[in-house]
Design a protein around this ligand. Structure first.
Ligand code: ZN
Length: 501
């Protein structure tokens, strides 16, 4: 017989954890958007205390007993509560292995390192970032053992971002992808590139802000529940399914940079806003894993946003925003320009085809860092060498090299592969979606409602109520098959560039 109080305590605990999460996320959002630049210290103290308190709230014996009691009676629980107990118990077992002081230290270190990384990136000075990165790696390695001491450290970290994924799986995933796309990139390099000079004209930022509002409308974001801010590195932050924030980064001489960041982050926001009301303020409220999240953001960004029907549908409106810059340009030319496949230096601005290579480079480096075969001081040299080897480009400085991403400063080691996995999930979801309705007829009319409704039904509404593998299987209409993604890329780009593969 389940005690009524036990269920009440469980609900109350999750609500309190939600409140701590909101407080910490608000500080982080403030830090990244409007806080003056030399203010990290005081915020770090507050974040450290909040992290310590939320750790104490959760990782204590009473919670352990409560979860054990409910777990013992799990057959009597309704499915949503049973799932909450399952997820919380998994977190509890993991968290209770982490000493509170270490947890607090880790939170403070991540806050401090974000600040150091920002400054180091600005100056392209890797040596400035290296000492804190070494500490982060040492600390994360310890945490990897707390998460799962039976696994190699990097496998334990990968599992945090996408459950069930390990180096063996990724090695073969990336190898099969590389085998298909590297020869294609090579063939494309012999072909003339489409003109994209009109994207690089001067696009006033004030106008681009209006354009962002328009794009969010097209995607169907309810602006009374989602706002847009500006940060160095675009991201999405969710408080709950009625309050999500996205950010972008404007470049005066590249209209597509922010355009596709906005569409990408809007995809994340659609996911968070689509989670069922009955999961709010519980551990199941957010999107499932980084892989499933990226499958949604990259779905909107690439599969829809960089498709010809979508560009044709919104192009007249784009011209209304930027009549001078796009004078004489057709929708087809715009489509070719935003799909220009060319090896480049910056991951977030990479085209859809070369993007996975940027991920493979980061994966290789992280694998070696945690495998003990690469030292922090040698990262720039290895990074630059791999960029030359995989993409054929010369890295001029740290800002355009190993200091470009914020992930390592946030100790998010093992995160990058989720981007590539997400893209691959998305391609297969699209093929499955096409069986259910005429996707391109809707998109071609600028109507994304059926697309979003389908994704909401298959993925969004479940939040964390289902495991990632289960969500992916159901949205893909069967077992995940990475060749669908490779086929999609080869088909799209061989047509775009007129090459035969
Ligand atoms: Zn993303």
């Amino acid at each position: 017989m389940i005690r009524k109080e036990a269920l009440e305590t469980l609900a109350e605990l999750q609500k309190k954890m939600y409140a701590y999460g909101v407080a910490m996320a608000s500080l982080t959002l403030d830090a990244d958007t409007v806080a003056p630049k030399d203010t990290a210290e005081g915020r770090g103290v507050a974040l450290g205390i909040l992290a310590g308190e939320s750790h104490k709230l959760f990782a204590n014996k009473e919670v352990g007993d409560l979860l054990a009691e409910l777990d013992a009676a799990k057959d009597e629980l309704d499915p949503t509560v049973r799932r909450q107990v399952e997820v919380l118990k998994r977190d509890y077992d993991r968290m209770s292995r982490v000493p509170a002081e270490e947890y607090m230290e880790y939170a403070m270190l991540r806050n401090q390192s974000g600040d150091v990384w920002h400054k180091a990136k600005e100056k392209s000075d890797f040596a400035m970032f290296a000492p804190v990165l070494e500490k982060l790696i040492a600390c994360t390695r310890k945490f990897a053992a707390y998460y799962d001491s039976t696994k190699a450290p990097y496998d334990a970290l990968l599992n945090e971002y996408e459950r069930g994924i390990n180096m063996e799986y990724l090695d073969s995933f990336f190898a099969s992808l590389r085998e298909r796309i590297v020869p294609l990139i090579h063939e494309i390099s012999k072909k003339p590139q489409p003109d994209d000079s009109f994207l690089k004209k001067e696009y006033p930022i004030a106008k681009q802000r209006e354009f962002s509002d328009y794009l969010m409308d097209v995607i169907g974001l309810d602006r009374s529940h989602c706002t847009i801010g500006e940060t160095e590195h675009p991201f999405t932050l969710n408080f709950n399914n009625k309050d999500v924030r996205i950010t972008t980064h404007y470049k005066e001489h590249d209209v597509s940079a922010s355009m596709y960041s906005v569409i990408h982050e809007s995809g994340h926001a659609m996911y968070e806003l689509g989670v069922s009301d009955d999961l709010q303020y519980t551990c199941l409220a957010g999107g499932m894993t980084m892989g499933t999240h990226e499958s949604q953001s990259r779905f909107y960004e690439n599969l829809i946003g960089r498709s010809l029907p979508f560009i044709q549908a919104i192009f007249p409106k784009i011209v209304e925003f930027f009549p001078e810059q796009l004078e004489g340009v057709t929708a087809e030319q715009f489509y070719l320009a935003v799909n220009r496949a060319e090896p480049s230096l910056i991951r977030t601005e990479a085209d859809e085809l070369t993007y996975p290579l940027h991920i493979m480079i980061r994966y290789e480096i992280e694998k070696q860092l945690f495998g003990g075969t690469l030292e922090v001081k040698d990262i720039p040299e290895t990074w630059n060498r791999l960029y030359k080897e995989y993409l054929g480009v010369d890295v001029p400085d740290g800002k355009h090299g190993c200091l470009q991403d914020s992930h390592w400063s946030g100790a998010m080691f093992g995160y990058f592969p989720s981007y590539a996995l997400g893209s691959a999930y998305g391609a297969q979801m699209l093929r499955n979606m096409e069986k259910d309705f005429d996707v391109w007829d809707a998109v071609g009319n600028g109507n994304l409602a059926p697309v979003s409704a389908w994704l909401r039904e298959k993925i969004h509404k479940y939040g964390g109520a289902k495991e990632s593998a289960e969500l992916v299987r159901s949205a893909c209409g069967g077992a995940f098959d990475p060749t669908v993604y490779a086929d999609y890329l080869v088909e799209k780009y061989s047509k775009l560039y007129g090459v035969e593969m």
